[in-house]
Design a protein around this ligand. Structure first.
Ligand code: C2E
Ligand code: CA
Ligand code: CA
Ligand code: CA
Length: 275
């Protein structure tokens, strides 16, 4: 349907206008969503493969829209980034995630996603420090996830910021590893604490030799750079078994647990879910 020709334009035009309208409406509603308490964090468990222990959780934002129901972050995060709303929303995420994790047992970590546009804002460092101070969470328990888009945007700006965050004791993870154009060069530019391999490689682990080769290479990179390796999107026992065999450090995915509300995460932590 994407082939060139006049019919293509007739096909796409109304669709694009509809999308633009939806974009405008969502961005207007997004502006009020914070004040109206429509955001919630869900928490997805991260499991260590060495001893099957719970290492912590990744915080993932949810928007409960009064009419549309649950709006996916893949839909509204790009709007928040473009409108600048990601700054106050990101602040809320950091505060809420740190506050929640601070109430959990001290060995559990919390991972928070940061957008590239949050790096453009000079207040990022003080926002993170305020979230830590306000909650009492030890910096070592906070992990910040970034994608390589942070480097593509403005290295001169983001590298010193990343270094400053790391100096505070915060751990830095590179997210969706392997999906970008030059992931390897970023490994040299910055000492990441964790490499999160994108789930597309995990999905191929059983069927194609290429994915397995990449998985092995990432294990080697992790040990070479002294970074923890984490495989995302683990959905089957076979994938889990393979990742363990290959020596991956941590796993995350529907097999281990979907992103869940705080109360459910706490049932998992305190064991009531297992009894
Ligand atoms: P991400 O950081 O790569 O997060 C992982 C996504 O994969 C999550 O989608 C999660 O629900 C999903 N996932 C986890 N395990 C599995 C699995 O086994 N199979 C499949 N098919 N999917 C799995 P979600 O929660 O919809 O988030 C989508 C993206 O939105 C995130 O991708 C992240 O880039 C962004 N995002 C979410 N929360 C935040 C936030 O608080 N701040 C920022 N800046 N971005 C966020
Ligand atoms: Ca992430
Ligand atoms: Ca990811
Ligand atoms: Ca992603």
């Amino acid at each position: 349907a994407k082939a060139s020709g006049r019919s293509t334009y007739r096909f796409y035009e109304p669709e694009m206008r509809l999308e633009a309208e939806r974009w405008h409406q969502l961005s207007a509603e997004l502006r009020d969503a914070l004040a109206k308490n429509q955001f919630e964090l869900h928490y997805q468990p991260i499991v260590r493969l060495e001893d099957d222990g719970l290492a912590g959780f990744e915080a993932l934002i949810r928007w409960h829209h009064p009419l549309r129901g649950l709006v996916a972050p893949t839909e509204f995060i790009p709007i928040a980034e473009e409108t600048g709303l990601i700054v106050p929303i990101g602040e809320w995420v950091l505060r809420e995630a740190c506050r929640t994790a601070a109430s959990w047992p001290g060995h559990l970590k919390i991972a928070v996603n940061l957008s590239v546009s949050q790096f453009r804002h000079t207040s990022l460092l003080s926002t993170v420090v305020a979230a830590l101070d306000g909650s009492g969470l030890r910096p070592e328990r906070l992990e910040i996830e970034i994608t390589e888009s942070v480097f593509l945007a403005d290295v001169e700006l983001s590298l010193p910021l990343l270094r400053a965050l790391k100096e505070l004791g915060i751990r830095i993870a590179i997210d969706d590893f392997g999906t970008g154009y030059s992931s390897f060069s970023y490994l040299r530019a910055f000492a990441f604490d964790k490499i999160k391999l994108d789930r597309s490689f995990v999905a191929g682990i059983e069927s194609d030799a290429g994915s397995l080769a990449i998985i092995r290479a990432v294990v080697g990179i992790g040990s070479g750079f002294n970074a923890t390796t984490l495989a995302e999107g683990v959905e089957t026992k076979e994938q889990l078994k393979r990742l363990k065999q290959e020596g991956f450090g941590e796993v995350q995915g529907y097999l281990l647990g979907k992103p869940m509300p705080r109360a459910q995460a706490e049932e998992l932590i305190y064991g009531t879910a297992l009894k």
